[in-house]
Design a protein around this ligand. Structure first.
Ligand code: PHE
Length: 338
């Protein structure tokens, strides 16, 4: 019998075995009382005297080697990973490999939440381009040529000849949506807007707004108040108070800025609300008849309201964040908290 051949065969079989049961079978086959090696040992007396000692040594060495190999294999088949692969099913008590779960940016979370609140009231969600025409961003919205917001210091103009710019608010989507559709209309518009402001704790040259508008016959200011109250209570809690302060926007008349009672001091006055007890959250009003004329709607037949809010501001108030730059620095220690 060729000992070398037996050694090779046994080693490769042990190596490729993948269960403890088949390993035990191999051990029995080679090292058992009536196994291959026992047979080899038994054949020694029939060998020529000169060879007996040598073959005996070889068989002993092989026995030792196979024993070691089997023990090593047994250890590796007994580990948790090995148990899993040999069974071909999940090892349920094996500690899992931690998978870092991704999550939405806090601005996306707040934007989704706000859209959802309005969707439940029957609004659709639409979007518009960030590169706008001067007409949609200003003229169509009844913003006169001499208005300071049209100044190059307040708007990023792209191509003067083509009269393109980076929209400075989401209101131009009012113009797009009204031109494309007939009333009744109820939509919210989330998106990025741009203003050439110097960056500081409360200013960023890019931020996010959500615009909302409703157009139909007999839409009243009280509809605006009701819708905004549902929104504010859903975001900031049902115990907050609201107030509408008269304001001016060229595209709404009358116009109002909306405040909520300070969520930190509950209206008593603190450093967050500047001792006023109120926090401004958005601009709003009844859509100006000139805007309706500009899109071809009859202002005698239709009325509507519109509002616009900064998402960063809503998120900062909701979570008590005091620096807008934190949203854009991509620091995971900040972002992971939401
Ligand atoms: N577009 C205004 C702004 O950016 C907000 C606004 C929207 C006000 C709609 C009234 C109506 O400040």
């Amino acid at each position: 019998m060729d000992i070398e051949l037996i050694k090779k065969e046994a080693e490769s079989k042990i190596e490729s075995v993948n269960s403890l049961d088949s390993l035990e079978e191999l051990r029995f086959k080679y090292l058992g009382r009536k196994g291959v090696l026992a047979e080899l040992t038994g054949s020694i007396p029939s060998l020529p005297v000169a060879q007996r000692a040598d073959v005996g040594r070889q068989v002993n060495a092989l026995k030792e080697g196979l024993n070691k190999l089997i023990e090593t294999k047994r250890a590796s088949l007994s580990g948790p990973l090995a148990r899993e692969s040999s069974r071909g099913s999940a090892e349920i008590d094996l500690p899992g490999l931690a998978q870092g779960l991704g999550q939405l940016h806090p601005i996306s979370q707040v934007m989704d939440r706000v859209c959802e609140i309005f969707m439940r009231m029957g609004f659709t969600v639409i979007e518009g381009p960030e590169i706008e025409t001067e007409h949609n961003n200003f003229t169509g919205l009844n913003i006169p040529l001499e208005h300071p917001s049209r100044d190059a210091f307040d708007t990023f103009y792209l191509e003067l000849k083509a009269q393109l710019l980076l929209r400075s608010h989401t209101s131009p989507v009012q113009i797009r949506a009204m031109k494309k559709n007939k009333p009744p209309l109820a939509a919210v518009v989330p998106g990025r807007v741009y203003r050439p402001d110097a960056t500081d704790a409360s200013h960023s040259y890019m931020f996010h707004q959500i615009e909302g508008f409703v157009v139909d016959e007999n839409i009243r200011f009280s509809d605006l108040k009701g819708v905004l109250e549902v929104f504010a209570k859903a975001v900031f809690g049902s115990d907050i108070k609201m107030r509408f302060r008269p304001h001016f926007f060229p595209f709404t008349e009358p116009s109002a800025e909306v405040d909520i009672s300070c969520i930190i001091c509950k209206g008593k006055g603190c450093s967050v609300c500047g001792r006023k007890g109120w926090l401004e959250i958005l601009g709003s009003g009844m859509i100006h008849p000139n805007v309706f004329r500009n899109v071809g709607y009859d202002p005698k037949k239709y009325t509507g309201f519109a509002f616009g809010m900064g998402i960063e501001r809503i998120a900062m108030l909701k979570y008590g964040i005091d620096d807008i730059r934190l949203f854009f620095e991509n620091d995971l220690r900040f972002l992971k908290q939401f």
